[in-house]
Write a protein that binds this ligand. Structure first.
Ligand SMILES: Cc1cc2nc3c(=O)[nH]c(=O)nc-3n(C[C@H](O)[C@H](O)[C@H](O)COP(=O)(O)OP(=O)(O)OC[C@H]3O[C@@H](n4cnc5c(N)ncnc54)[C@H](O)[C@@H]3O)c2cc1C
Length: 487
């Protein structure tokens, strides 16, 4: 780091974390990068100093949460910030039912902080490993027609922009910055604090039933309102589905009926082994969907527990995932089109065979500019191909067809996931996209927070920063693992 001054080197050495040639990998092991510096600030002042050093030496900065995004959105070959030390509670307002925390707090710690104060998040996604800033950066969501995504639960935030300036914004103060920053993909600056709107802590009663997909799709508007939180899992290659419904309750806790044999040994370990074998015998995959549905899901189960424990579940092992949001009224059409294609492929020798489940969730419309639920209540449809023991499986043809269906129905991709949508698509899809791009230029005129993902998806192809990013990758070596193009 010979270009740093003596005092800069002392500062950087103090904040350095991880091994010397640290390699970042996302949770699924599908994207990697080697940052030049890997620093762990513990105060806002240190974050501001890092931005100043980056500007002085024309470096870039990328904060990372828990690295759970299944794309290169958090990757950089320049300075990566590990935000884990910024995990303290700043303020609690019992009257407003809000908690202000530093941005690196992981959701599982946030649940505990909230529970101690008699509060809880109104809706949570499948896991709680994410940091709060990482989760809102991509509009992470749970499910429920009357419940927004996590970005919509933020009532105030503090962000350090690309000039090292600190902004406090909320609905009454710098409103445009607030609406842009609540889902900003790390492109506007480093979020250091957030205030989260909560509700009094609650217990959820979940009931999971096996149902026929056609019955669900023919009565979707009833199904989505049949509980406060409704999630569907369709088992492709079959007409079977599982409907998970959860409501707030005063019932006594009754733990999840998961068993070691059925859910851990069979549902995790044996399933992984079966999927590994199916890499060589893909015609077994439809049979696996039927077998697992019948053995694990073809019955009614129910349980009662703290809200966040009921929202979360085991997402098993590494996977490729793709997830888009369509206007919720188009959900049945999207699933029918997907089923027609999957069934047609299943009839072809050597056709595509896909893993279960297809996950279907609902999110209330928000006023966050880049939330996929911006201005419309949406249905998220998620598809998956597991990577047993981290091994590759073919998925690209499935992804192409799925994305075509979602695109035709006005879909917007989940920002965290790898997708094929670019600047001109988003101009069409998001009424506020142009305002967001202007806000990015204002907050980060020198492109400190730009990485390959931001260049590829948020900037017009001719933007000077895109050319500069190519130069950066060349200088510091390739940023990403390239995935097998044949898959
Ligand atoms: C097993 C699994 C289950 C999942 N379940 C769901 C689900 O149920 N619902 C859903 O919507 N998504 C889900 N996701 C996706 C996940 O919620 C998102 O990818 C989320 O963004 C990850 O948060 P993170 O803390 O890991 O952020 P990272 O992946 O580390 O980073 C994501 C983005 O946040 C930015 N960022 C991080 N910290 C800051 C900061 N302090 N300031 C500014 N920007 C910052 C990064 O620069 C990057 O752009 C799941 C992912 C996995 C792997």
């Amino acid at each position: 780091m010979s270009f740093l001054s003596q005092s800069e080197r002392t500062f950087v050495d103090r904040l350095q974390c991880g091994p010397k040639r640290f390699e970042f990998s996302n949770w699924a092991g599908t994207f990697r990068c080697r940052p030049l510096l890997y620093l762990a600030p513990s105060t806002e002042t240190e974050v501001i100093e890092i931005v100043r050093i980056a500007r002085r030496h024309k470096l870039r900065v990328k904060p990372v949460g828990s690295g759970h995004s299944p794309s290169d959105i958090a990757c950089t070959s320049s300075i990566m910030l590990n935000m884990d030390k910024m995990n303290r509670v700043i303020a609690h307002d019992a009257y407003a039912c809000t908690l202000t925390v530093e941005a690196g707090v992981r959701l599982h710690d946030l649940h505990a902080m909230l529970q101690q104060r008699g509060m809880a998040l109104s809706s949570v996604g499948s896991i709680s490993e994410q940091s709060i800033a990482g989760a809102i950066a991509t509009a992470t969501h749970g499910t429920g027609m009357d419940y927004g995504d996590l970005s919509s639960m933020i009532t105030q935030l503090v962000i350090i922009d690309g000039l090292g300036q600190r902004h406090v914004c909320d609905k009454g103060n710098q409103r445009d910055l607030f609406d842009a920053a609540r889902c900003s993909l790390g492109a506007l600056g480093i979020i250091t604090q957030v205030t989260v709107q909560c509700e009094p802590s609650f217990t959820l009663h979940a009931v999971q039933t096996a149902e026929n997909l056609d019955n669900i799709l023919n009565n979707l508007s009833e199904v989505v309102y049949s509980a406060e939180h409704v999630r569907l899992w369709w088992f492709p290659h079959t007409d079977d589905a599982v409907v998970w419904r959860a409501n707030r309750t005063t019932m006594e806790p009754k733990p999840s009926p998961e068993t070691f044999f059925r859910d851990t040994l069979y549902g995790f370990h044996y399933y992984q082994l079966q999927l590994y074998k199916a890499r060589f015998t893909p015609d077994d995959i439809p049979h696996l969907a039927r077998e697992h549905f019948n053995r694990r899901f073809n019955r009614q189960i129910e349980w009662v527990d703290d809200s966040y424990k009921v929202f979360n579940f085991d997402c098993l092992f590494p996977q490729y995932v793709n997830e888009w949001a369509v206007p919720w009224e188009s959900a049945a059409e999207a699933l029918r089109q997907l089923r027609i294609w999957i069934n047609a492929e299943a009839r072809k020798p050597g056709g595509v065979r896909v893993h279960f489940p297809v996950e279907v969730r609902f999110v209330r419309e928000t006023d966050v500019w880049l939330s996929p639920a911006s201005g419309q209540t949406v249905c998220y449809i998620g598809i998956i191909m597991y990577r047993p023991y981290g091994k590759s499986v073919p998925y690209k043809k499935y992804w192409r067809v799925y994305e075509d269906i979602m695109r035709t129905l006005g879909g917007r991709p989940h920002w965290a996931k790898a997708h094929q949508m670019f600047y001109y698509d988003f101009v069409r899809l998001y009424p506020k996209f142009g305002d967001f791009v202007d806000m990015r230029a204002k907050c980060d005129p020198e492109g400190i927070f730009v990485n390959d993902y931001i260049c590829r998806h948020l900037l017009p192809p001719s933007h000077p920063l895109t050319t500069a990013a190519v130069a950066e990758s060349t200088e510091h070596g390739p940023q990403l693992t390239t995935e097998n193009a044949k898959l």
